[in-house]
Design a protein around this ligand. Sequence first.
Ligand code: E4P
Length: 217
Amino acid sequence: MKFFIDTANLDQIREAQALGILDGVTTNPSLMAKEGITGKENIINHYKAICEIVDGDVSAEVIATDFDGMVREGEELAALHTQIVVKLPMIADGIKACKYFSDKGVKTNVTLVFSAGQALLAAKAGATYVSPFIGRLDDISTDGLNLVAEIRMIYDNYGYETQILAASVRHTMHIIDCAKIGADVMTGPLSSITGLLKHPLTDIGLAKFLADYKKGN
Ligand code: E4P
């Protein structure tokens, strides 16, 4: 399972990268705004900075909502760095743009996916990644993990190569459940990743080992 971090915060990206288990980064306009990154030039420079920190794929989202605008923006973004993945919204023009970019060999991530039917369209358009938003579905009392399971079944039925990128991950159990279901990738905040490190028995066991070592030395 690939681990992506879902943030535009460079310190957090560095911290995840330093763990040695990071496979990529996802961003979105809200995450950029949260870091105070506004204006085209600053946003572009920020994407470049992220690509310099990580080795893997970096999703950069288009703002346009029409096909021509998405193609124009996506081409600009893809030209920034070989690691850039063009992130497109799950709307009709987004699917058209996804097909356009996949035919050209440009990596894509279809975002804001909330149903199995949307995920099927993304796969048919040749998306590299499809992003079901599990946390936001949970927020409205719908089972986000069930959507991941449905997409897994459909993609396996037909051998679609689109990778399931479980997005809107909120906590460590989301990651574990997504891994059980067979999501190819998860993207979440740093806390959801570092949360996987923690177990009280590890802390107790380590404290005992160190105490016993001190007794003998
Ligand atoms: C995915 O690529 C999105 O950036 C993200 O996972 C959305 O998560 P949120 O629901 O926590 O905003």
